[in-house]
Ligand binder design. Structure first.
Ligand SMILES: Cc1cc2nc3c(=O)[nH]c(=O)nc-3n(C[C@H](O)[C@H](O)[C@H](O)COP(=O)(O)OP(=O)(O)OC[C@H]3O[C@@H](n4cnc5c(N)ncnc54)[C@H](O)[C@@H]3O)c2cc1C
Length: 393
């Protein structure tokens, strides 16, 4: 049976960053993805490079982490990012009243946020709502979700990691309370193989609870689906957000020649095959028009839905069942400590923006478990170009 030090489950951005981090520490790494790489939430998110401003009020830890990672990603993956900045718009009196607290919370999280007059905001982005009451400039940007993840995959492969897509992990083998290996099924042929390893990282995003169940372990996770709608035309170059506490339909992101409004939030039991609902699309258009009048009059391009892997369970009381109240904080679970399986680790929560630090945090724990005294070095070097993935693998 082939042996690897670590098996990573999940070929989204988190799995890619984890495989790279572990490989840079000198470990042999094998990653399985049951579909195409990035076919989970990573390939379907909104594409905002979060400065953290959205989370500054109420979720300060992830806000700080987003800002720190924005700085690092601009250095290590410059061509996967459009750093055009963002504007938060106060549309009504309630938003306007929140503005000073919002700026203070951003600064507390080390996010440079500056109020600008509305006429200056309109000079920067002429299509935004001229009736907006206040405007704040923040260092947001746009991510090319695919390229960013593929740059981590390319760098992982360059350091010797082996990536197997269209291969589903169907069992996590254990003996005497420790991980021994995995059993996988190739989805094209149906053939099954076993691989030996000393540690397994569960980076299965909104499927992380289902993967943990393969090892009879528990992961407190809420799969929170969100819908986004794209229209033709790049209405702004900057990310335009509603200045209020995080809610539905409050962000418009430019992506290439499209403008995308998002998103909504509803708890789902199964993150597979999610579809947008008609009411969600109509609601998102209404919200978008408040930020950019006439957004809904642009030619419709597409709507789609993906699930967030939120770390925690949605509260059961009325009005709090969908998971909006759950922090976006990153959670690393060492199941040898919280459960009953040594060598099994889960990583969830966070954002696409924080993929690198998620890989670092879980790899720190894996390295410690394996007795490897090597620090993370993923923040130090520019990543391999994304297309090297195919040349190298
Ligand atoms: C509506 C919405 C908008 C968002 N917008 C943004 C944004 O603008 N900016 C931002 O920074 N973040 C955003 N996010 C958050 C971000 O998308 C996620 O945090 C991130 O993509 C999660 O990546 P991941 O690698 O952890 O999960 P995923 O990308 O879902 O990867 C997990 C992978 O595991 C695979 N898998 C599952 N089970 C198995 C198995 N048994 N064997 C093998 N493989 C398996 C799945 O196929 C999947 O590809 C958004 C999320 C949503 C839902």
């Amino acid at each position: 049976m082939e042996y690897f030090d670590v098996v990573v489950i999940g070929g989204g951005g988190t799995g890619a960053a984890t495989a790279y981090d572990l490989a840079l520490r000198g470990l042999s790494v094998l990653l399985f993805e049951r579909g195409e790489l990035t076919s989970g939430t990573t390939g379907r998110h909104h594409g905002q490079l979060h400065s953290g401003a959205r989370y500054a009020l109420g979720d300060p830890h992830i806000a700080q982490e987003c800002m720190a990672e924005t700085r690092i990603l601009r250095r290590i993956a410059p061509d996967a990012i459009e750093y055009n900045q963002g504007i938060f718009l106060a549309i009504d009196d309630e938003d306007a009243a929140l503005t000073n607290d919002f700026i203070a919370a951003c600064r507390e999280a080390d996010i440079p946020a500056t109020e600008i007059p509305i006429h200056r905001a309109l000079e920067l982005e002429r299509r935004i709502n001229p009736a907006a009451k206040r405007a704040v400039l923040v260092p947001d940007g746009t991510i090319d979700a695919y390229r960013l993840a593929m740059r981590f995959f390319a760098s992982a492969v360059a350091r010797g990691a082996v990536i197997r897509n269209f291969t589903e992990v169907i069992d996590i083998e254990q003996s005497d309370g420790s991980v021994q290996g995995v059993r996988v099924r190739q989805l094209r042929t149906g053939s099954e193989q076993r691989y030996a390893c000393r540690a397994v990282v569960n980076a299965a995003g909104p499927w992380a609870d289902k993967v943990a169940a393969l090892a009879q372990q528990e992961v407190p996770l809420t799969a929170a689906a969100g819908t986004m709608v794209a229209v033709e035309g790049r209405l702004t170059n900057m990310v335009i957000s509603r200045l209020r506490r995080p809610g539905d339909g409050d962000i418009i992101v430019p992506q290439r020649r499209l403008s995308i409004v998002g998103s909504t939030l509803r708890k789902v039991e199964n993150p597979d095959g999610l579809r947008p609902e008609e009411e969600e699309i109509a609601f998102l258009f209404t919200c978008a028009d408040e930020l950019i009048p006439d957004f809904s009059k642009q030619p419709y391009r597409a709507a789609w839905t993906a699930a967030r892997p939120l770390a925690g369970r949605a509260a059961t009381e009325k009005g709090r069942e969908n998971g909006r109240e759950i922090s976006r904080d990153i959670s690393v679970i060492d199941h040898g400590k919280t459960g009953s399986l040594k060598g099994f680790f889960s990583i969830l929560g966070g954002k696409a923006t924080t993929l690198r630090i998620m890989g670092e945090l879980v790899s720190d724990q894996v390295a410690q478990y394996l007795g490897i005294d090597e620090p993370s070095r993923t923040a130090l070097f520019e990543l391999y170009p994304y297309d090297y993935y195919w040349r190298l693998s």
